[in-house]
Design a protein around this ligand. Structure first.
Ligand code: PEP
Length: 250
């Protein structure tokens, strides 16, 4: 049985004070939740303060990125050990916005995944097709390539630890959600592709859906057998709506 994971990606939003105030509210509103893992990914700037606030609670924190080198002359970058030191247990890797605006490739994604795992961070690896790719009927090909190249070379014990997030680019921040059937179809395909690389680990790996998840559509998505949680942008920025997502009706 895979434990669901509900993850909030705050992107470049919220000051430190705003971030702390939301997690304060969340801490009490979801204190009773035991059957869903909860993850918040604030900006690097807010990690330290948010970590102090969530200590001892059921809220995990994660970074939105890291660099694969451990230290040195890499101005503006953050190492895996620094992410860990700030209290993170997870890190997002290869979000489509990073691929689109910051030149990330399957190769750099792979280096980051390995560096994250070496620092005992759980990578949440994002994959997904653009609208053009969906319309051109190459969705499966794109997902398979992102998985094959991005997740290559993991050790057996690492393969079951990673989290994959399927996020169709056309559904991110657009209010357009993949239908539960569309999402399930790709999730099942992604699990199979991962299974070809790592066998049974594919049954352990959680595959999250991301793309305009909100309190109104979360339950139908979560009913799908290969959807193990959500990676949520907009609807995670407000304590009340994120609480509804964490407490989706089963
Ligand atoms: C995301 O940031 O990964 C995302 C899916 O955003 P949204 O929920 O706003 O579409």
């Amino acid at each position: 049985m895979r434990k669901p994971l509900m993850a909030g990606n705050w992107k470049m939003n919220k000051t430190v004070a705003e971030a702390v105030s939301i997690v304060k509210a969340l801490k009490s509103s979801i204190a009773d939740v035991k059957d869903v893992d909860v993850l918040i990914c604030p900006t690097f700037m807010a990690l330290y303060a948010v970590n102090s606030e969530v200590k001892g609670s059921n809220i995990n924190i994660g970074a939105q990125n890291l660099f694969w080198e451990s230290k040195g002359a890499f101005t503006g970058e953050i190492s895996p050990a620094m992410v860990k030191d700030a209290g993170c247990s997870y890190v997002l890797i290869g979000h489509s916005e990073r691929r689109q605006y910051f030149g990330e490739t399957n190769e750099t994604v792979n280096k980051k995944i390995k560096a994250a795992l070496a620092a005992e961070l759980i990578p949440v690896v994002c994959v997904g097709e653009t609208l053009k790719e969906r319309e051109d009927n190459v969705t499966f090909k794109v997902i398979e390539k992102q998985i094959n190249e991005g997740l290559v070379g993991l050790r057996a014990e690492q393969a079951g630890i990673v989290v994959i997030a399927y996020e169709p680019v056309w559904a991110i921040g657009t209010g357009k959600t993949a239908t539960p059937d569309q999402a399930q179809e790709v999730h099942a395909f992604a699990r199979k592709a991962y299974g070809k690389m790592y066998g049974d680990a594919s049954q352990k790996v959680r595959i999250l859906y991301g793309g305009s998840v909100n309190p109104a559509n979360v339950s139908e998505l979560m009913k799908q057998s290969d959807i193990d949680g959500g990676l949520v942008g907009g609807a995670s920025l407000d304590a009340e709506s994120f609480t509804k997502l964490v407490k989706y009706s089963k």
